[in-house]
Design a protein around this ligand. Structure first.
Ligand SMILES: [Zn+2]
Length: 189
């Protein structure tokens, strides 16, 4: 349990002791829910969001929503960021989750990012605007520049969310109003 994000050794120990002394049915139900988690949920085959697995394949509720504007594609680093933008409520397009950011320090290069899948998606869906919503950090900016280089030849409008999201900050912690403003104030990249 100490491997869970935000959980250290002491917290893990507290959880284990509590699970051993609390109502047994709770611990058993939690165990079953955890083992079902990976069978029932997985990454959306189209965008990388969390999706329910159905007959071995998964499409998320956003990709299945026919009212979404498929011509606007918002590129994010992680599912947390997608959820933060969804909470703001002003994004009517669809998403593409990169899964990671370009990070020379951590040895993550352009070849480690799903650029070809992104370009395929843009072509196949006839996307007209790509909104780059990577975080305003060094790695986020480097990734935005890489996307600019790769996407520019495709003749789509390329925009970057405005700041207002603090530099070095995580989109996940931006409040919905700030996130909404950052999205509304996006600029050409
Ligand atoms: Zn999806």
């Amino acid at each position: 349990m100490a491997r869970l994000p935000g959980v250290g050794e002491k917290t893990a120990q507290r959880y284990v002791l509590w699970l051993l002394t609390a109502d047994e049915s709770y611990a058993r139900a939690l165990g079953e829910a955890l083992s079902a988690l990976r069978d029932q949920l997985g990454p959306c085959a189209r965008c990388g969001n969390i999706a329910e697995i159905c007959d071995g394949s998964a499409l998320c509720s956003i990709c299945l929503d026919t009212k979404r504007d498929g011509k606007t594609l918002c590129v994010v680093a992680r599912v947390h960021d997608l959820m933060a933008i969804e909470r703001a409520g002003s994004m009517r397009g669809r998403y593409f989750v990169l899964g990671k950011l370009l990070s020379p320090l951590e040895g993550i290069g352009p070849e480690d990012l799903p650029i070809e899948r992104l370009l395929d998606r843009i072509r196949r869906d006839g996307v007209t605007e790509v909104i780059v919503a990577t975080p305003p950090s060094v790695d986020g900016e480097a990734t935005a520049l890489l996307l600019k280089r790769e996407v520019t030849p495709l003749d789509v409008t390329l925009t970057r969310i405005a700041s207002g999201v603090p530099h070095g900050g995580d989109l996940e912690f931006a409040d919905p109003i700030t996130m909404g403003r950052a999205l509304a104030g996006r600029r050409a990249l």
